[in-house]
Design a protein around this ligand. Structure first.
Ligand code: CTP
Length: 396
């Protein structure tokens, strides 16, 4: 969808400004006419000459440039734009957008434009987490700005945190989508499971585990954003239902199996990110189990169905393996025994990986392929990496 479209690329002053050169290059190569607007701070990180050579267009930096080809420049640019992309967008410029300040060319274009505006945030992690920035971002989201959250990773300060400009493919894909492009999973039906099954002992208690459900929800949301028709089968979690997909709530492994077996009849892929209990109490007490005077209690547990291992049908099957020892070796065994196309192994003992965190350190193993170890990434980024491979298997 980028061909022949005018994209105003706003660059603000952060260390990630150097990446804007590659964004400009990718947009230009995809056939877009890229009009670059830089703030003064951006020019401390990258020169207008670089962007001019890449886009073949003059770079706008000065609000009052006499020799400009644009008459009443900020208005002309804002009207010419089919989309405005700010990448990287610093906390300072985001705050100006939220307040409607127009003190330089870029903020003036954004205030004047009727085109969709995409903001790819990049800043120090503390600045991003600051309630002032979060409130500004929320305000912009409410006004219809498209927000691309920063990714987790190494920051300019040298520490790890959420603040890095997200991967460039995600940014370009968002611009394409805003311009009416269809995602690479358009028309594909994807079933994702997430959350933790609960196996009741009595009307009050259940067996569960520490999984948060965040990984599965991130996959469902990423698949939706790439155009897929998503069914999310969710065991209990404390996350709100995502918009734009069918959400089926289940509690036990048996209920999840029934929901999965029904949903996969239409599916092109099943991604099982749920933490399913392997055992359930043999009997469920009708009344609340009383401790009376017993010092110990023995529960008899029986196996739950292996949902992924038993599911039938001709669709792509992706499993997860949460391991505390030899993640790759154990995951490979599960890939073979459950006849999967792909398995995502995570070492739950690794820092930043595992339960209730927003990051994950995984190794992806595809049938007939080598184990690919990914760096520590946000769960959303891990989701995109999994979906890249799913889309490839679908021939997209
Ligand atoms: N899974 C499933 N049904 C179960 C248990 C797990 O479908 N009853 C799925 C999980 O969603 C995950 C994969 O199978 O995608 C995990 O495989 P599994 O061997 O069951 O992992 P663990 O439960 O961690 O196994 P183990 O305790 O043997 O390591």
């Amino acid at each position: 969808m980028l061909k022949g479209k005018t994209v105003v690329l706003g660059i603000t002053g952060g260390i990630a400004a150097y990446k804007a050169a590659e964004i400009a290059s990718k947009l230009t190569q995809a056939g877009a006419r890229v009009e670059v607007v830089m703030t003064d701070a951006a020019m401390k990180f990258i020169t207008p000459l670089t962007l001019r050579n890449i886009t073949g267009r003059p770079v706008v930096t000065d609000m009052f440039e006499i020799n400009s080809e644009w008459s009443v420049e900020h208005i002309a640019l804002s009207e010419a734009a089919d989309a405005v992309l700010i990448a990287p967008a610093t906390a300072n410029t985001i705050a100006k957008f939220a307040l409607g300040i127009a003190d330089n060319m870029l903020t003036s274009v954004v205030l004047a434009t009727k085109a969709p505006v995409i903001i790819a945030c990049a800043m120090n992690d503390n600045m991003y987490a600051n309630p002032a920035t979060q409130e500004n971002i929320e305000k912009l989201r409410d006004r219809g700005f498209k927000i691309i959250e920063p990714a987790y990773g190494r920051l300019a300060s040298g520490k790890q945190g959420k603040g890095r400009l997200t991967d460039l493919e995600t940014i370009i894909r968002k611009v394409d989508e805003v311009l009416g492009g269809k995602g690479d999973l358009t028309g594909r039906r994807i079933v994702v499971t997430a959350g933790v099954t609960q196996e009741p002992l009595d009307p009050v208690r259940h067996l569960g585990n520490r999984s948060s459900g965040k990984m599965g929800f991130a996959i469902a949301e990423a698949a939706r954003d790439r155009g897929a028709d998503v069914t999310l089968i969710a065991a209990p979690v404390s996350l709100a239902d995502p918009a734009g997909m069918t959400v089926v709530h289940v509690r036990t492994a048996a209920q999840m199996k029934a929901a999965v077996d029904k949903a996969v009849k239409q599916a092109d892929a099943l991604i099982m990110a749920a933490a399913v209990a392997d055992y359930q109490p043999k009997t469920i007490a009708k009344g609340k189990i009383k401790k009376e005077s017993k010092d110990s209690l023995t529960l008899e547990l029986v196996r739950t169905p292996d949902i992924l291992g038993e599911v039938k049908g001709n669709f792509i099957k992706v499993g997860f393996a949460a391991e505390s020892e030899d993640p790759v070796g154990n995951a490979k065994k599960k890939l073979a025994s459950k006849k999967l196309d792909m398995i995502v192994a995570n070492d739950i003992t690794a820092p930043g990986s595992g339960f209730d965190v927003d990051t994950n350190k995984v190794t992806i193993i595809e049938k007939g392929g080598k184990a690919e170890e990914l760096p520590l990434l946000s769960k959303r980024e891990v989701a995109e990496k999994i979906l890249d491979r799913v889309a490839k298997r679908m021939g997209r």
